[in-house]
Design a protein around this ligand. Sequence first.
Ligand code: KG4
Ligand code: ZN
Length: 336
Amino acid sequence: MKILAIETSCDETAVAIVEDGRKILTNQIYTQIDIHQKYGGVVPEIASRNHVEKLPLIIDTAMEDSGLTYEAIDAIAVTSGPGLVGALLIGVSQAKAMAYALNKPLISVHHIEGHIAANYLQFPELEPPFLSLVVSGGHSHLIMVKNYSDFEVIGKTLDDAAGEAFDKIARVLGLGYPGGPAIDKAAKQGNPEAIDFPRVWLDKGSYNFSFSGLKSAVLNYLNTQKMKGRAIVVEDVAASFQAAVVEVLTTKAIECALDNQVNQLSIAGGVAANSALRKKLSDAAGENKIQLYYPDVNLCTDNAAMIGAMAYYNYQAGKVADKKLNAVPNLKIGDH
Ligand code: KG4
Ligand code: ZN
């Protein structure tokens, strides 16, 4: 089954064609990062306008690159949420129009479930049940994937998402947008033990996260240094902040897997591209005999191939959308 998938939930205009949930036939991404960079973050209205302009061109490129005709496409899939409502609407309207004109089924995909499915594209052996740590610009979740379309949220952030914290700290350090890759790079030249930033564990046995205290601690540190006329070593701040985030994510993910007796753990979402997180989780998973899966960096950040992968399993579970499909900016997992 060949699914053409569209992803426009934030600042990437992406189109892919995926076969049977596992094989990428084409994966096209137009990123608007350069456009939003000068504003220090994504400007929703500008994102929507760029999606309108670029989406038809990206679809043409995907069709050309795959060498397929529209007749060979079996279904159209689209991210219907969560995300920026205006941005989501562009993808949803396009997908509905295509499904109607081509007379093909329409499949709605939850963006976070898509991130989880990115792992299927790279690891043919990966099958549920497994635990997934989904860490992106908008989400930090620990999710039990009981079956391909049956998810249980075991933990989530009570305030900032991990990626949001990376972006905010990068901004105050003058490292630009998006912050995650910039901090990752700066941290490589810094000392992760230079500053002892807090690790927030919350109640014993809780798998929830909280990053706002850490963010305040970094801001306080920077203000104090400035007030006392002391130098700020950006690389050390980046490395010490990153170490605090990575330690909490790693410890909670491993404990959660052990407590729930699952020996497979996957990571997904933009922050899963972080080199320190990949290294620490790999070591910890190895020590605890847990098989760790993480996709290539271009499948961690937003893309449409992951939406095509998840759409296949939604279709297998009988989840097909109708022409009333709408964009839902705060869509809950499993709720579509
Ligand atoms: O999944 P994604 O592309 O979009 C959302 O669904 O939010 O994630 C984007 C987030 C941004 O906050 C970005 O700073 C972060 O992922 N990110 C990283 C890295 N690459 C991207 N965070 C830490 N280290 C990275 N290497
Ligand atoms: Zn995402």
